[in-house]
Design a protein around this ligand. Structure first.
Ligand SMILES: Cc1ncc(C[n+]2csc(CCOP(=O)(O)OP(=O)(O)O)c2C)c(N)n1
Length: 349
């Protein structure tokens, strides 16, 4: 069963709720960042909600995801708690990473969300690693890595796709083509009409979808998931989308004109989906407004939670730097030394 079944009325309502939660969460983050209350940088996901929610809805709870520097939407789509997320964004101790990660590094191993990442293109190697673990353990799940159009030019992305293809790893690469890598249009970054054509170089399926349409994204990820679970390896998906805000909050956006932004805003994925539900008589304008008010108040509560939360304490600065879940290092060294005894590469660790 997918985590949210878009075939059911209840599932469609939940998907709309998550899209609205992302929209409200990030809109509020933008406001509080402008007020100087949030440390660091924030990159908002407003406009891209159909990709995160459509994709995560097609996954099961125990599937892994990796994220990008624009990760709030992926976290909410995967079911993370907005209170703990907001506390993290505000740099507070109650946050997912005890306030040490901030906006760009929210992670929750319990939700199989392996982390947002400030290093462009760092998600796919993590996703490939998770997919390798799945295969080694003989598990029936998949890993999905979100990445941006800019990240497609990163070397480590190609290493990850190459290995995933060579070893038939259950990995889904989902490129959010929001048309710009910072201020560089996608056509100046790549000599490819479609980024999904990258798939051909690795002999894996490439799918190109409208990322403003939640159903199209959902179907593409469901297909890729089936492919991966059948032992056939990775799929490379490109979803065309658009960020309604600047690259980061405070960006002057000199690289694009307002008409272009307006054109894309007309294709707002939340308006599109809600109108479809209204046309099907599953939603009314009143219910939609009620839903928005409810979510607005949940996000106000998250802001209040974050503001009331404790500051991190300096004594804990070095905690959590390494996972407690490391193999027995002593045993590892002994085994490694035993293996090299008498070998041509001998020598002690
Ligand atoms: C390895 C690396 N190089 C450069 C940067 C600086 N940087 C931050 S975001 C960004 C653009 C990323 O564009 P894209 O992957 O398309 O994601 P988007 O911001 O459009 O979601 C760059 C170059 C970085 N964080 N990491």
């Amino acid at each position: 069963m997918p985590s949210i079944d878009l075939e059911s009325e209840q599932g469609r309502e939940e998907a709309l709720r998550r899209m609205l939660t992302i929209r409200k969460f990030d809109t509020k983050v933008g406001e509080h960042f402008a007020d100087g209350e949030i440390p660091g940088f924030v990159h908002l996901y407003v406009g891209e909600e159909a990709v995160g929610v459509g994709a995560c809805a097609a996954l099961e709870e125990d599937d892994y995801i990796t994220s990008t520097h624009r990760g709030h939407g992926h976290c909410i789509a995967k079911g993370l708690d907005p209170n703990l997320m907001m506390a993290e964004v505000f740099g507070k101790r109650e946050g997912y990473c005890n306030g040490k990660g901030g906006s760009m590094h929210i992670a929750d191993m319990d939700a199989n969300m392996l982390g947002a990442n400030g290093i462009v293109g760092a998600g796919p190697p993590l996703g490939a690693g998770a997919a390798l673990t799945i295969n080694q353990k003989g598990e029936d799940r998949v890993a999905l890595s979100f990445l941006g159009d800019g990240a497609v030019a990163q070397g480590q992305v190609h290493e990850a796709v190459n290995l995933a293809s060579a070893w038939d790893l259950p990995l889904i690469l989902l490129v959010e083509n929001n048309q710009y890598g910072e201020g560089t249009p996608v056509s100046d970054q790549h000599n490819l009409e479609k980024l999904s054509d990258t798939a051909g170089a690795y002999d894996i399926p490439g799918i190109h979808v409208d990322g403003m349409d939640i159903t199209a994204v959902n179907e593409a990820v469901a297909e890729a998931r089936e492919h991966a679970r059948n032992g056939k390896g990775p799929t490379f998906i490109e979803a065309d989308t658009y960020r309604f805000h600047g690259h980061f909050e405070g960006d002057e956006e000199l690289y694009r004109d307002e008409d272009e932004v307006e054109e894309w805003r007309k294709r707002d994925p939340i308006t599109d989906f809600s109108e479809r539900l209204i046309d099907r008589d599953e939603l009314t304008e009143e219910k939609f407004e009620e839903m928005q008010a409810e979510i607005e108040s949940e996000i106000e509560d998250a802001i209040a939670y974050a503001k009331d939360a404790d500051e991190p304490v300096p004594e804990e600065a070095y905690d959590d730097m390494f996972s407690a879940n490391v193999p027995d290092i002593e045993r590892f060294v002994q085994q490694a030394n035993a293996r090299t005894d008498g070998g041509t590469h001998g020598g002690e660790f």
